[in-house]
Design a protein around this ligand. Structure first.
Ligand code: MLT
Length: 273
C-alpha cells in the first residue's frame, strides 16, 4: 500500500489511494457517501493478476477537500492522480456516484481508458424531483450531520437479507457512511444534483464496457443496466443475484468473478503511455 500523496491541484487537497498488485491498472471508484473501503474484497482478490488502484475521491475517506467540487472536477482530480502514478491507460470502474465520475472521465479523456466498468450506476441526470431531494438532504446534513443521511439511506443500499448473507456488512457500511465529513456530503450532493446527462455520450463509448447491477438494487435497478447496455456499443451486463446496490460488498465473490472474466480480455501488460 502507498502512503497518502499530495494531489498536484491545490484546489482539491490531498488525494489518498491504495494500490496492490502488478499488471493491467484497474481503478475502482467508490459511491456516495462512502470511501475506498467498499472495494476491500476486490483489492484483496483481484490484485493477484491486476494492479488494483483504489482512490478516496477528494473529501472522502482519507482524502481532504477545502472547496466544492463537481463530478467533472472529480474526473480531473482522478486524472492527475493516474498521470502521477503512471497508471494510464487503465480500466476504470465506478459504483453509483463513482460511475458518474467514470462516465465524465471517459467523455473528457477517452484515450486514457482501455475499458469501463459501471457498477450499480446510471447515465441520466437527476430528475427535478431528485434535485429537490438533494436540496433537502443538503439542509439535513447541515443541521443533523452524516448519521441523519446514513439512517434513511442504508436500507436502500442493501438487499433486505444482506446481513444474513454476509454478516457484518450493515455495520461496516454504516461505519463508513457515518465517517463521511458533513461538508463532503454537502459538496457531493450538490455535485450529483448538478451533473450532466451522460445518455447522449453512451453511443460513442468505444471501449469494452462491463455493466454490473444487483438483482435487488432499488436505487439503480437491473432495467437501467440493460438500458445503458443497449446504448453502449461493446457492453456486457452482469446481474448479480442476491444483492442490492452494494454489490462489491454484498456479493464480493460474484462481483470478483464477473470482473475477472471481463478483465482477462485485456492485454495484461498495457502499452506504454
Ligand atoms: C451512490 O451510491 O453513490 C448514490 O446512491 C448515488 C446517488 O445518490 O445518485
Amino acid at each position: 500500500m502507498k502512503e497518502p500523496m499530495l494531489g498536484s491541484n491545490p484546489h482539491v487537497g490531498r488525494v489518498y489511494y491504495v494500490e496492490r498488485g502488478r499488471g493491467l491498472p484497474v481503478v475502482l471508484l467508490h459511491g456516495f457517501p462512502l470511501d475506498g473501503r467498499i472495494w476491500d474484497a476486490q483489492l484483496g482478490a483481484l490484485s493477484d493478476r491486476f494492479r488494483i488502484i483504489v482512490p478516496d475521491l477528494p473529501g472522502f475517506g482519507r482524502s481532504s477537500v477545502d472547496r466544492p467540487f463537481t463530478i467533472a472536477s472529480l474526473a480531473d482530480d482522478l486524472r492527475q492522480l493516474l498521470v502521477q502514478i503512471q497508471a494510464l491507460p487503465c480500466v476504470l470502474g465506478g459504483l453509483s456516484m463513482g460511475g458518474y465520475v467514470s462516465l465524465a472521465y471517459i467523455t473528457k479523456y477517452p484515450s486514457d481508458l482501455l475499458g469501463l466498468m459501471l457498477i450499480d450506476s446510471r447515465a441520466e441526470a437527476d430528475t427535478p424531483e431528485a434535485k429537490q431531494n438533494r436540496d433537502k438532504m443538503i439542509q439535513l446534513v447541515r443541521t443533523a450531520g452524516a448519521k441523519a443521511i446514513a439512517d434513511p439511506m442504508l436500507p436502500k443500499l442493501l438487499a433486505p437479507a444482506a446481513d444474513q448473507r454476509n454478516p457484518g456488512v450493515v455495520a461496516h457500511l454504516r461505519q463508513i457512511m457515518e465517517a463521511c465529513p458533513r461538508r463532503t456530503i454537502e459538496f457531493a450532493l450538490a455535485a450529483m444534483r448538478d451533473r450532466r446527462d451522460c445518455c447522449p455520450d453512451l453511443p460513442s463509448i468505444a471501449v469494452p464496457t462491463l455493466i454490473i447491477a444487483g438483482e435487488e438494487d432499488v436505487l439503480t435497478p437491473p432495467a437501467l443496466a440493460h438500458a445503458m447496455a443497449k446504448e453502449i456499443p461493446h457492453a456486457k451486463v452482469s446481474i448479480i443475484p442476491e444483492s442490492g446496490h452494494m454489490t462489491p460488498m454484498e456479493q464480493p465473490d460474484r462481483v470478483n468473478a464477473a470482473m475477472r472474466e471481463f478483465l482477462a480480455h485485456f492485454p495484461q501488460q498495457p502499452p506504454p503511455t
